[in-house]
Write a protein that binds this ligand. Sequence first.
Ligand SMILES: O=P(O)(O)O[C@@H]1C[C@H](O)[C@@H](CO)O1
Ligand SMILES: O=c1cc[nH]c(=O)[nH]1
Length: 319
Amino acid sequence: MTSILADSSESMRTDRNTYVGNKFVHVKNPHLDSMDEDILYHLDLGTKTHNFPAMFGDVKFVCVGGSPNRMKAFALFIHKELGFEGSEEDIQDICAGTDRYCMYKTGPVLSISHGMGIPSISIMLHELIKLLHHAKCCDVTIIRIGTSGGIGIEPGSVVITDTAVNSFFKPQFEQIILDTVVTRSTELDKELAEELLNCSEEIREFPTLIGHTMCTYDFYEGQGRLDGALCFFSNERKLDYLQRAYKAGIRNIEMESTVFAAMCGLCDLKAAVVCVTLLNRLECDQISSPHEVLLEYQQRPQQLISILIKKRLGQHNPK
Ligand SMILES: O=P(O)(O)O[C@@H]1C[C@H](O)[C@@H](CO)O1
Ligand SMILES: O=c1cc[nH]c(=O)[nH]1
């Protein structure tokens, strides 16, 4: 039988790391305590084969995004921005033993790919959150740097998500656990979103705004596209839906933000979603900008996050 439950995080809390001043990453799974070894299968890492505190204990910023190339490019970019020594070759894929995800570390910044869609990012987040927990990381900020379809805004705009919503415009993520639907909150850290917006004031080259982000299970029918292999609705119905979304405060659509917000929130991770928009969905469905334009768009969230990281590390010199 299926029922709808709110998540009971209190009853499952394992507060093993409660230190004054430092906010540790909390896993909410009592079964982990009795495991002799934890194998993070999709990251090709394990607690018996790798020294997590030595490898990752200093991580303060985790950036995630769908594409492996984007996340490698971000690692190289932030390495340069933070003025670290060493060449590009020194930044190796920590998860090279698997082709599911890639992971790069440069100083306190971890950059990881998550593939496309809720199931893919969810698997990565389970293993990443356990990694941060086993490594005893504290005060970690996690940011998704992605691409999205804009609604009623100029392509190339960057949207900082205040609330991730589902296809019904609700701030909820529904996780099916056994035969039960558990409804989880998708609130993101408002202060972090404001901090990112302040950082954007130093970049005049593209518009940045705060808005709701809609997260769907699919790129085509799920996002009201007329150009998939299947489509059984009219252009009028599509536009009516997208215009209602705009009126509800939604400025972009992507495919990961609700589960990202829900999982990070439950594990006490300060989280933000920053996505560039590749097109205006009120005008078209196909992504037709040239490759160079799309590449430049993808760098925009990275520029913003770089300012945030440098400010937090006391390394920022405004232009
Ligand atoms: O981080 P990315 O650019 O992968 O995010 C969006 C949502 C889907 O994963 C994908 C669809 O093209 O792009
Ligand atoms: O329209 C778009 C563009 C990128 N990613 C999405 O999920 N949708």
